[in-house]
Design a protein. Structure first.
Length: 73
């Protein structure tokens, strides 16, 4: 969550806006929920969830999609 909060802080700074604590917590909760969901989606085999595998695959897919979007590959 710390890296996500840092990202949210950078966003606030770049748009020169300060969110209320409740909005910041809601945004962080959404980020963490999405991270968990991607780990589950990519890391589930049968009845087991491999969170490390899921996180690695989700990260790889995100980078690959960005590379395709920018025409790198």
């Amino acid at each position: 969550g710390g890296v996500a909060v840092s990202g949210l802080e950078m966003t606030q700074n770049s748009i020169r806006l300060a969110w209320h604590r409740e909005e910041l917590e809601e945004r962080l909760q959404n980020i963490m929920h999405n991270i968990h969901q991607q780990c589950v989606n990519y890391g589930t085999e049968k009845e087991h969830i491999d969170y490390v595998k899921g996180a690695n695959l989700a990260g790889f897919v995100k980078v690959a999609e960005a590379m395709v979007a920018y025409g790198v590959i």
